[in-house]
Ligand binder design. Structure first.
Ligand SMILES: Cc1ncc(COP(=O)(O)O)c(C=O)c1O
Length: 403
C-alpha cells in the first residue's frame, strides 16, 4: 500500500479507516474502559485492565483464599505458581519450558541475574569481574549494578558497551525506554560472547510487544516486567529467564526457603532446587501472580506476531502524523524501533503533559524533554493517536501542516 500524503495522514478519516481495517480491533472490548472519552497512551508504563483479570482475581480471593484457605498452597498449587506462570509466559519470549520464573520486581530479578552471571565461571563469590552498562540505561539497571559493586569487592562497573574487551557481564535493555530503539539481540549477544562476556537482557519494554526468541538468539539471562505490554497489573511480578544449559551452574544470592530442595524440612542447611526453582526466594505474591497470569493469557490468545504487526503499524502512523504536523520525534521507524512507543521531543514536555491530561489524554514523560506515546496494540486505536497528536500540535502552536 502506498504511503498516504501528509494531508491525508492528518485527516481523521484516515485513522478511522485504519481502525476499521485493524484485525485486532475487537481485543479492546476485552479490557475495562470506564471512560470512553479517555485517550490512554501510557500502556507502556501500566497496561489497561483485562476484564478476565477482574474475574480471575475475584475467583482466587472468593474461592481459593476465602474457601480453601491455607490448603490452597497445595490444592491450587500456589507453591509453584511462579514456575507455572513462567511456563505460560515462555512461548511469548521464545523460551523453553522450565526456563522462566515469575516473581519479585524486575529490580530484584536483575540483582539476582547479575550475580548469577558473575558466578557462572566460579564458585568463589569474592571473585571480581567487570560489569558494563550504558550511562543512558534505565536507572534501576544502573543502580543495581552499582549496588552489586558496593557489596562485592573486586566487581567494577564500566560505562559504555562499545568496547567489551575485559568485560565479564553486560547489562542492557533490548528496547530503549526513551527512544524505543531496538537492538539486535542475537548479534549483540554474540558480540558479548566473543569478548568473553555474558549478557543480562532487560526485556521490560519488549515482552508482549516485540516477538523475541531468546532460544535462537542465544540469550543466556533475561528479566522484564509484566505490568506494561503484558497488562499484568500494577506491581505485577516480573520474570527471570535462565537458559537451561546454564541451570547446573545457577547460583543466586537470595537463599530463601522457596528455593530449598525440601522446603518443609526446616532444619536442613540450604541446598538449592535445580533449574528456575533456584531463583525463587520467599512466599510468592499469589494475587499479583494471578493478575499477571491473566494478562499474559490475553497476549498469548491474541498472538504476539499479530500484536507486533499492529505495533509497527501504530508506530509508522504515529511517526507519519508527527512529521505531517511538524512535531519532532526521536524514535526511528520500525523495525529499528520496537513499535512499542514513540517519543516526541519538546522543551515544554512537562507542561504539555499536564495540558494533555487536562484534556483527558494520558501520555508519559521522561526528562528532560520527551513525551512518550505508548502504543499498546491491544488497546490503542489509531484515532487515539490522532486525537493526541493533533491536540499536541494545537497546544504547541506549531507551523502549519506540511503538504
Ligand atoms: C527498562 C526497565 N527496567 C526496569 C524497570 C522497573 O523495574 P521494577 O519492576 O523493579 O520497578 C522499568 C520500569 O519502567 C523499565 O522501564
Amino acid at each position: 500500500m502506498s504511503k498516504p500524503s501528509p494531508t491525508r495522514t492528518v485527516d481523521r478519516s484516515h485513522a478511522e479507516a485504519l481502525d476499521a481495517a485493524d484485525p485486532l480491533a475487537s481485543w479492546r472490548d476485552e479490557f475495562v474502559i470506564n471512560d470512553p472519552e479517555l485517550v490512554y497512551l501510557d500502556g507502556n508504563s501500566l497496561g489497561m485492565t483485562p476484564k478476565r483479570t477482574v474475574a480471575a482475581v475475584r475467583d482466587v480471593v472468593e474461592t481459593q483464599w476465602s474457601g480453601d484457605l491455607i490448603t490452597s498452597w497445595w490444592k491450587h498449587d500456589w507453591l509453584n505458581l511462579p514456575l507455572v506462570v513462567g511456563d505460560e509466559l515462555a512461548p511469548i519470549i521464545g523460551a523453553r519450558p522450565g526456563e522462566v520464573v515469575v516473581n519479585e520486581s524486575t529490580t530484584v530479578c536483575l540483582f539476582q541475574l547479575v550475580n548469577v552471571a558473575l558466578d557462572l565461571g566460579s564458585d568463589d563469590e569474592r571473585r571480581g569481574g567487570v560489569v558494563a552498562v550504558e550511562d543512558t540505561e534505565f536507572p534501576t539497571d544502573r543502580y543495581v549494578v552499582d549496588g552489586i559493586a558496593r557489596l562485592r569487592p573486586g566487581v567494577r562497573v564500566r560505562s559504555g558497551l562499545t568496547d567489551l574487551d575485559g568485560v565479564d557481564v553486560v547489562v542492557r535493555s533490548l528496547v530503549d525506554y526513551r527512544t524505543a530503539a531496538l537492538h539486535d539481540m542475537a548479534a549483540e549477544t554474540a558480540r558479548a560472547k566473543a569478548a568473553g562476556a555474558v549478557t543480562v537482557w532487560d526485556l521490560s519494554h519488549t515482552a508482549g510487544v516485540v516477538p523475541v526468541d531468546l532460544t535462537t538468539a542465544g540469550a543466556d539471562l533475561a528479566a522484564g516486567c509484566t505490568y506494561k505490554f503484558l497488562n499484568g497489573g500494577p506491581g505485577a511480578p516480573a520474570f527471570s529467564y535462565v537458559r537451561s544449559e546454564l541451570h547446573d551452574r545457577l547460583r543466586q544470592p537470595i537463599q530463601g526457603w522457596f528455593a530449598q530442595q525440601d522446603q518443609f524440612a526446616m532444619d536442613e542447611p540450604f541446598s538449592a532446587r535445580h533449574g528456575m526453582a533456584a531463583m525463587m526466594n520467599g512466599t510468592p505474591q499469589v494475587l499479583g501472580l494471578t493478575a499477571a497470569r491473566s494478562g499474559i493469557s490475553v497476549t498469548a490468545d491474541a498472538g504476539i506476531d499479530a500484536i507486533a504487526a499492529k505495533a509497527h503499524a501504530l508506530a509508522n502512523y504515529t511517526l507519519d502524523l508527527a512529521d505531517a504536523l511538524g512535531l519532532r520525534t526521536s524514535t526511528e521507524r520500525p523495525p529499528a524501533s520496537s513499535g512499542g512507543h514513540v517519543s516526541v521531543n519538546h522543551p515544554d514536555a512537562t507542561e504539555l503533559q499536564v495540558q494533555l491530561a487536562d484534556r483527558s489524554i494520558i501520555v508519559d514523560k521522561r526528562d528532560p524533554d520527551v513525551l512518550r506515546l505508548g502504543l499498546s496494540p491491544l488497546t490503542t486505536r489509531f484515532v487515539d493517536v490522532h486525537t493526541a497528536l493533533t491536540t499536541l500540535h494545537e497546544l504547541c502552536d506549531r507551523a502549519p501542516i506540511r503538504s
